[in-house]
Design a binder for this molecule. Structure first.
Ligand SMILES: [Zn+2]
Length: 278
């Protein structure tokens, strides 16, 4: 689609609803195809902790050629790999890691949760037990996934201080130019003792975070950061340092737990940041 047509559709307010509808249809079609195709692998091996199905392989999800270079060169843990999508329910590896952690360690009963950019399966899981508020800078994008997404800018929430027990923002901070401002806001709206799950793509091999917060050039963003709408690649320790600098206590979930969750086809090498407001 040309940029001109895109802008016209945006101006009359139908671009994002159409996009959302298109993605949901495509999602359903892919799901039907994988269910058939992966029948031969069904029965044992990896266990999806969303739908309960087992398969000896899950569906790979590999980066596009535009994004691959930056991800490979910087060895970014970014959610791509060989066993990413559950053929039966289309949950992703990064969703299954969070769900495994929540099931294992977090009592959601009666909790107030803020879920930003709500991913389908995580959203469904949270809503089974907790009181969930969903929000995004562009709620239109999520209209085929969750109906009641509020419009919120993560650098200036309209929520009052100490509003939520838990905040989930999976792969958000790498998109936000002023990530420290967003971290301060996330800290502010969490209750003391509250838990934040803020997974991001990161590298352990780069010297420091690579970023260009003011960039607005999708081709260059793909080449530099491995996705057309990212503004940085976090270096692991620097990421934790930034979170600590706004007041959070940050720990990595012990490797034994991560290993324990690997049965759910989580991404090899992905760590889980356990982030708390003291
Ligand atoms: Zn599944």
């Amino acid at each position: 689609m040309t940029r001109g047509i895109k802008n016209i559709l945006k101006a009359i307010g139908v671009y994002y609803p159409l996009l959302s509808y298109y993605h949901s249809r495509k999602f359903a079609a892919r799901n039907r195809q994988y269910k058939k195709e992966y029948q031969q692998y069904a029965g044992s091996g990896y266990l999806c902790n969303v739908c309960g199905s087992s398969y000896s392989r899950f569906v790979p999800d590999l980066p596009s050629s535009e994004n691959k270079n930056a991800l490979d060169k910087n060895q970014v843990i970014a959610g791509y790999g060989e066993h990413i999508l559950c053929p039966n329910c289309m949950s992703t590896a990064r969703e299954r890691l969070i769900i495994a952690y929540l099931k294992d360690k977090v009592n959601l009963e009666g909790k107030k949760v803020l879920h930003l950019s709500p991913e389908r399966k995580v959203s469904i899981y949270l809503r089974e037990k907790a009181a969930v508020t969903t929000a995004d800078l562009m709620p239109e994008i999520y209209m085929s996934i969750v109906k009641d997404v509020q419009r919120q800018d993560a650098t200036k929430f309209t929520f009052t201080d100490n509003s939520f027990d838990i905040l989930v923002a999976n792969h958000i901070l790498e998109h936000i130019p002023d990530d420290r401002k967003a971290m301060r806001e996330m800290y502010r709206v969490l209750k003391p003792g509250g838990l934040a799950i803020l997974q991001v793509p990161y590298s352990e091999t780069i010297a420091t975070t690579i970023e260009e917060p003011a960039i607005n050039d999708p081709a260059k963003q793909s080449a530099l950061f491995g996705q057309e709408d990212h503004v940085r690649i976090f270096e692991l320790n620097d990421y934790m340092h930034r979170l600590k600098s706004v007041g959070f206590i940050v720990e990595l979930l012990p490797q034994a737990d991560i290993d324990h969750y690997a049965i759910h086809a989580t991404q090899p090498g992905e760590k889980l940041f356990v982030i708390r407001k003291p």
